[in-house]
Design a protein. Structure first.
Length: 475
């Protein structure tokens, strides 16, 4: 059945060539050029001017580069279009998505946003709803005309209606289960995290012989999502095994070999339909697995392997379009340099990672989301401060300590009226502030400020100073 679905997908691409119409947004999305999509969309201002499917791709692009403020506006105007029953079509009608399919797509998008911003309960709820829709909904995404053409071309052997629904069900379920597992694990519900992972593993096993081309059509590699769960649990060896798992039989390998040999044909198809080369498309689809492999190799102490992998990712121009990947690659590359004794190189990578992080953070529209976003990433500031201290640069150490403190403290206390319009201190918020800022007291550091030259005054990077600021802010 899986082979039939692949045939259907290929024939759908051929039909799109014959129709000869894919929008610029579709082409840019397929090539992973999210930054270009976002630039055009934000400049336009009104997301409703886009065709429905292009509108969906704009929202996906904004989420991919972590421009959460613009994503929220985009998403808020996208949902009513789905609810109103507008047609989400592409390639001259070859693609025509059902409402159930679109609802699952939207829930998966919203779940990903919640996961990234630290709202784990909401992420799990949305992902589980997407999974239920994928299991029970009508997931049709092709036109009746295309199904008829495919039936004729395959002499009636391929029921595209059924195979495309199966394909969509698998793809949506893979994403939903992967998100749910991570959300439950990060939210502390380990039993549910394990349950979601087991369901994803069973889904993978049920696929049969997983082809290297499957992730190109699904946009998600289940092995990478499973590995992310094991990485979170600290089971790096199992994560590494999943990332490098190859269950193909000789027939699937033979088919993949023919596919690789036909790269020039793929290039023609890809350029004709999408306006991007096949190599760019494969880079986009292989990136999550490549990134996860490097992360796990780093955690296992395979530093040279991880360093080479991260250098490849950072050398690729497309990487800057994937904000989370870009930040993580820079940060881990700095940690590798630090472990290998290259302090100045580490400082350079940490600085670039912090700049990338703060650029992402600036797009988050509400303070409660800023907290969740930065809380998960404060370690890069800690590592930078320690590196600057070890290099004897007190001023630089304090600069980054202040920047870290600003991210976690000023967002919480600068505007006490942003939560309900009351100037009365929010005790729960203050407790959250103290919890978040524990990252800054993990290793007490005493360094001299440059402006205290001539005396012995020093200032400690301790939580007591932060507590004093909280007392001052709240009276």
């Amino acid at each position: 059945m899986t082979e039939c679905v692949r045939v259907s997908a290929i024939l759908a691409l051929a039909a799109a060539i014959l129709v000869g119409c894919t929008s610029q947004t579709v082409r840019q999305s397929a090539g992973g050029d999210h930054a270009a999509i976002a630039e055009t969309a934000v400049r336009t201002g009104d997301y409703s001017v886009f065709e429905p499917y292009d509108h969906q791709l704009v929202c996906e692009a904004l989420l991919a580069i972590r421009r959460y403020g613009e994503f929220d506006h985009c998403f808020a105007s996208l949902k009513p279009r789905v609810e109103a029953g507008e047609e989400f079509t592409a390639a001259g009608g070859v693609y025509n998505a059902s409402r159930d399919y679109l609802n699952a797509v939207l829930d998966n998008m919203d779940a990903q946003r919640a996961l990234e911003l630290g709202n784990y309960d909401e992420a799990a709820r949305l992902a589980e709803r997407a999974y239920q829709t994928a299991q029970t909904g009508d997931l049709k995404t092709n036109s009746d005309a295309l199904a008829a053409v495919v039936g004729i071309l395959t002499l009636g052997l391929n029921d595209m209606e059924e195979t495309s629904r199966e394909w969509n069900r698998n793809g949506l379920s893979i994403e939903a289960l992967g998100t749910a597992a991570l959300a439950h694990q990060m939210g502390g519900n380990r039993s549910k995290a394990r349950q979601s992972t087991q369901e994803l593993e069973a889904l993978y096993e049920g696929l049969g012989h997983y082809s290297q081309y499957d992730s190109v059509l699904w946009n998600h590699d289940p092995r990478s999502l499973i590995a992310r769960y094991y990485h979170l649990t600290g089971d790096y060896a199992t994560a590494y095994k999943w990332l490098n798992r190859d269950d193909r039989d000789w027939f699937t390998k033979f088919g993949d070999g023919i596919g690789d040999a036909g790269a020039p044909i793929h290039e023609g198809f890809s350029l004709a339909i999408l306006g991007v080369g096949w190599g760019e498309l494969r880079y986009y689809e292989d990136l999550p697995n490549h990134m996860m492999t490097n992360r796990v190799a780093f955690e296992m102490g395979r530093l040279d392997e991880a360093r080479r992998g991260y250098d490849e990712i950072l050398a690729a121009e497309q990487t800057t379009s994937f904000a989370e990947v870009h930040f993580a690659a820079l940060y881990d590359r700095g940690r590798i340099a630090q472990r290998q004794g290259n302090r100045e190189e580490a400082i350079g990578f940490f600085a670039r990672a912090i700049d990338a992080l703060e650029a992402q953070r600036a797009s988050i529209g509400q303070d409660r989301y800023k907290l969740g976003f930065v809380e998960n990433r404060l370690a890069v500031y800690d590592d930078m401060v320690l590196a600057q201290v070890s290099a004897g640069r007190a001023d630089a150490a304090f600069e980054y300590a202040e920047r870290a403190k600003a991210r976690a403290l000023v967002d919480l206390l600068a505007d006490r009226t942003s939560f309900g319009g009351s100037a009365k201190p929010d005790r729960e918020r203050l407790r959250t502030a103290l919890t978040t800022l524990k990252a800054l007291e993990a290793r007490p550091i005493q360094v001299a400020r440059a402006d205290t030259a001539g005396d012995d005054a020093t200032r400690g990077l301790t939580i007591e100073g932060i507590r004093q600021e909280i007392r001052t802010e709240t009276g």
